[in-house]
Design a protein around this ligand. Structure first.
Ligand SMILES: Nc1ncnc2c1ncn2[C@@H]1O[C@H](COP(=O)(O)OP(=O)(O)OP(=O)(O)O)[C@@H](O)[C@H]1O
Ligand SMILES: [Mg+2]
Length: 498
């Protein structure tokens, strides 16, 4: 049974203006297995799946589902024929309720074409019960955290009783507990004989959940191997095309005098309480902790997009209030938010516009914006982070997910802040490009900037930071020296008040 071919994609090609996104890619998914799809940002993973799902029309190649050739023209057609997809970019009606989102386009009807709200509610509950999801179907989407919205999206895909389900980076905004939950759902679907296609940049996840792994590079198929025969090093080599000996650049920054002093920071609307620390110029300070420990909230309170109840901030010895984002930016702060894809992207603008939008003042020359300077800085961002794009004039929404992230990071780096607050800066970024981002962060510190970095990836904190603060239950549980600590020590501190 497990050797049954469920889905066969052969020699798929897809050309966008100026980009050959897919160049003869093949993929074989067996029934009752999880097939991981891996590759650098812009390798073509999402595009391949969108060709399957009827969002893009492939230029050539064939797709067979259970031995029959298919060629879906719309996602509706794909869904009706047993293919469902959880997208990399959440695309939900945020003002609507959970159940309206779940059954959008297929509302149960009563007489006279009225929507049968009761049935919709009951069906939603039954679905959530089957999947163990605890969400009230009547909740308005926008009031829920992204991770729960993501779980709704996952439940929706499962509700179609599809044979093939594509998960395009489903865990990038899930908490650890939710990731475990998703894995239980995926295992259940696998046991029912579904074929799961799983896209992720998280190596540990891939090795844990998948049966087969296909690796793509620059729109081409590179290899397909059983997960049991692969190691992290081997996957990286296949993805990047060369040996990546060091995952972290050498640390060349030296912390100097104190830049920022945070004293007794207590939040009005979250459990963050009495957080005090100092940050030096040229220092990279990590914040570790479990999900919900208040890491993101600390950054939001410093930057003034969450309300402080008490506490003071001093920059270079002078008190700053940072009551709102505009004031904080003026004071020399920048915040790269965790939800940047939802909140940071101006989809209809091009890459240059998206890059320079937060530092327009810098480009003003005699009342006009200097096109030349903007071009130069955008070029810098494209090269420094290897943003994969044909031109600066390309619309940001036609970039791959990871490359969009890089543009937003570039935007904040260009505001030339004194204090840079980074929330999960490498989320959704491939292993190779992570190195470049670490290098940029270290370069900034070398130039005397002060950096705070929140991350759930422990190796990243250990590899890039000078010091690490550990949060637990909204409080500071301790501080460690990154060069002389261990994951165990950090985990113990993280559990202190949890
Ligand atoms: N609608 C589009 N118009 C033009 N180019 C596109 C479009 N969609 C994708 N591309 C290009 O196709 C290539 C592959 O993109 P794709 O989104 O498939 O990458 P990916 O492997 O999913 O990367 P990531 O890990 O960053 O999500 C990229 O160079 C991207 O810029
Ligand atoms: Mg993608």
């Amino acid at each position: 049974m497990a050797n049954d071919v469920l889905l066969q994609m052969t020699d798929i090609c897809k050309q966008f203006p100026g980009v050959k996104a897919l160049d003869g890619v093949s993929l074989t998914v067996r029934r009752g297995t999880v097939h991981a799809l891996m590759g650098e940002n812009g390798a073509g993973k999402s595009t391949l799946m969108k060709c399957l799902f009827g969002i893009y029309e492939k230029n050539s190649g064939t797709i067979e589902l259970e031995g029959k050739e298919v060629n879906f023209k719309t996602s509706k057609e794909a869904l009706e024929n047993g293919v469902a997809m959880v997208h990399q970019e959440l695309n939900q009606a945020l003002k609507r309720t959970v159940m309206e989102n779940l059954w959008l386009g297929r509302y149960p009807l009563k007489f006279a074409n009225c929507i049968d709200e009761k049935k919709m509610y009951k069906d939603s509950l039954a679905l959530f019960e089957k999947l163990g999801v605890h969400v009230n179907p009547r909740t308005v989407m926008s009031t829920m955290p992204v991770s729960q919205r993501q779980m709704v999206e996952i439940a929706k895909a499962v509700s179609y009783d599809a044979k093939v389900i594509v998960f395009d980076e489903p865990t990038s905004s899930l908490t650890e507990t939710e990731v475990e939950h998703l894995f239980r759902i995926i295992n259940m679907l696998r046991d029912q004989g579904c074929g799961i296609i799983y896209i992720s940049h998280k190596m540990e996840e891939i090795l844990r959940i998948s049966d087969d792994v296909t690796i793509m590079r620059d729109g081409q198929w590179i290899a397909t191997e059983p997960a049991s025969q692969l190691t992290m090093e081997k996957i990286i080599k296949l993805m990047v095309g060369r040996e990546l000996t060091n995952r972290f650049p050498p640390k060349t920054n030296t912390p100097g005098e104190v830049a920022l002093e945070v004293e007794g920071l207590t939040a009005m609307y979250s459990h963050v309480c009495d957080v005090s620390f100092r940050l030096r110029k040229g220092e990279i300070l990590g914040i570790a902790g479990l999900d919900g420990s208040g890491r993101t909230e600390v950054l939001e309170n410093i930057f003034g997009i969450a309300t402080r109840k008490s506490g003071t901030l001093r920059l270079d010895g002078r008190e700053v209030h940072n009551r709102r984002a505009t004031e904080s930016i003026k004071n020399g702060f920048a915040l790269l938010t965790e939800e940047r894809r939802a909140t940071g992207i101006f989809g209809i603008l091009n890459i240059r516009e998206n890059t320079v939008i937060s530092s327009l003042k810098k480009y003003l020359k005699g009342g006009l914006l200097s096109e030349k300077e903007m071009k130069k800085d955008t070029d810098w961002a494209i090269q420094a982070m290897r943003i994969k794009t044909p031109t600066q004039e390309t619309k940001i929404r036609s970039l791959s997910g990871g490359n969009q992230q890089k543009v937003i990071l570039g935007r904040w780096l260009l505001t030339d802040p004194e204090v840079l607050l980074l929330d999960e800066p490498t989320r959704g970024i491939d292993v190779g490009a992570k190195y470049e981002i670490y290098q940029l962060i270290i370069d900034l510190a070398c130039r005397g900037k002060a950096v705070i970095m929140v991350s759930s990836e422990m190796p990243e904190l250990l590899g890039v930071c000078d010091r690490i603060l550990v949060m637990s239950g909204g409080r500071l549980a301790g501080e460690v020296d990154a060069a002389n600590t261990s994951q165990e020590e950090i985990m113990t501190l993280a559990a202190k008040y949890a």
